[in-house]
Design a protein around this ligand. Structure first.
Ligand code: ZN
Ligand code: ZN
Length: 443
């Protein structure tokens, strides 16, 4: 397996590339910084957990929340296997049609101007994602975790990309698509490492940069945190446009949604707010109310200001109680192990795509979705979970047979490792089957 754990990728996560390393004349030549960075993020997840265990002397890891976050991250990438990214397609189209003057791609000034403008566009995009209910319906997925760690960063919405592209279009008047793409990548991946509680305060950098401390406030559901700190890389935009709020030392943060999402179902986590908006929309009596439901803030009600009334927000109750469902230890191990298998299959999807195998891509995406749904149901002890898992067991045989050569070639490049993977997969399924059989026969 090529883990891409090189120093260049590591520096790219912190936006520490020299301008000359970002000069690409064509979109096709721009590396996929985001995909390359994923392996580093997985290393960060492990390092963060080790540090947390060392500091707090107890395991801080919640399997249900972690799987929920990673599942959302995987689902959000599915459309990329079929379509080019919407923000890039629309940007190139606008650049071809409306470009007034194209800045030189290999200039420090182009680097600087693009860095600032992409970051400012991200600020407004993110602000709209919080302050316009229809956009919030997508972005709430990212905020639905009650934990705040590196895995939270990967919790993304499948729908967010379809609203955000508009904010970048003005840049196409003079910035070449290749340079725009570089900075969109760097802007996005910079924001991953700031999802952590292990970094406290970064001194003078807090004045300029978006830091873990500033972004913790953004994820807080304490009333003082709502609609604050929208920054991507530079916190200066929040200070400039009046949305900055510093972290308070004397108030413990509660993370997640104001009305927490009480489920581990990965599909529900993506769509539940659309359902809620649809219900609210149908009950509206007037068109001004309907407009408000779609385009004003999520906290808006008839007769209130655009973003609702801050004083009406529910106060945090201490000690903070997070949504949790206790499941048997063996089930946690089983879900954890199979989630790793699913993750492994997921990592070969880009290779299958390069091989132009649309049937296999679709099969694997459907199978991955089924796996994630099963884990979600098992994690909150849904009655139907066992039936779902049995169905997955049957499908798994077919998927394994069809994927076997690809898994062998792309993932392991070694027969022994492949056999270990297959044996573990099959044996754990059999173990599950037997445990369920014994449990059912006792009832
Ligand atoms: Zn946000
Ligand atoms: Zn975030």
């Amino acid at each position: 397996m090529n883990l891409n754990l090189d120093f260049f990728t590591l520096r790219s996560i912190f936006y520490l590339l020299k301008p000359s390393e970002t000069y690409f004349d064509k979109v096709e030549n721009v590396p996929d910084f985001t995909s390359r960075a994923f392996n580093v993020f997985f290393s960060f997840i492990i390092i963060e957990q080790i540090i947390l265990v060392y500091r707090k002397r107890k395991i801080m890891f919640r399997l249900n929340d972690t799987i929920s976050s990673l599942s959302a991250g995987m689902i959000s990438i599915f459309p990329n296997f079929y379509f080019r990214k919407l923000h890039l397609v629309t940007y190139i189209w606008c650049f071809d049609k409306f470009n007034i003057y194209s800045l030189k791609y290999d200039s420090f000034w182009t680097y600087l101007v693009t860095f600032l403008l992409v970051d400012m566009a991200y600020y407004w995009l993110h602000r709209a994602a919080h302050e316009v209910n229809l956009f919030w319906a997508a972005h709430q997925t990212h905020h639905s975790s009650e934990e705040y760690n590196i895995t939270t960063a990967l919790r993304q919405s499948i729908f967010q990309a379809y609203g955000g592209w508009i904010f970048y279009l003005p840049l196409s008047l003079f910035i070449p698509p290749s340079i725009f793409l570089v900075h969109v990548h760097l802007n996005v991946i910079y924001q991953f490492w700031i999802h952590t509680e292990i970094v406290d305060n970064l001194g003078f950098l807090e004045l300029i940069l978006n830091t873990p401390s500033h972004h913790r406030v953004h994820h807080g559901r304490n009333p003082y945190c709502i609609d604050k700190n929208y920054a991507g890389v530079l916190i200066i935009w929040d200070k400039l446009f009046g949305t900055f709020e510093a972290e308070k030392d004397d108030e413990q943060l509660a993370y997640g949604l104001v009305h927490p999402l009480k489920t581990w179902d990965p599909i529900h986590a993506q769509i539940f707010n659309y359902k809620y908006i649809f219900k609210k929309f149908r009950k509206c009596a007037t068109w001004s109310e309907r407009f408000g439901v779609l385009f004003k803030g999520p906290g808006w009600l008839m007769g209130t200001p655009r973003l609702g009334i801050r004083e009406n927000l529910p106060k945090i109750k201490y000690p903070i109680k997070k949504y949790n469902v206790e499941v048997e230890t063996w089930k946690n191990w089983y879900i954890g192990l199979h989630f790793v298998f699913t993750l492994m299959i997921f990592t070969i999807l880009p290779k299958i795509r390069q091989n132009k195998e649309p049937f296999l891509i679709t099969l694997n995406i459907c199978y991955t979705l089924l796996c994630l749904t099963c884990y979600g149901k098992l994690l909150y002890n849904k009655k139907s979970a066992i039936n779902y898992e049995m169905f997955r067991l049957m499908i798994n045989v077919l998927v394994c047979i069809l994927n076997a050569p690809l898994i062998q070639i792309f993932m392991f490049q070694s027969n022994i490792l492949f056999y270990i993977f297959t044996a573990l997969n099959t044996l754990s399924f059999l173990a599950f089957f037997i445990i369920v059989l014994i449990t059912y026969s006792k009832v």
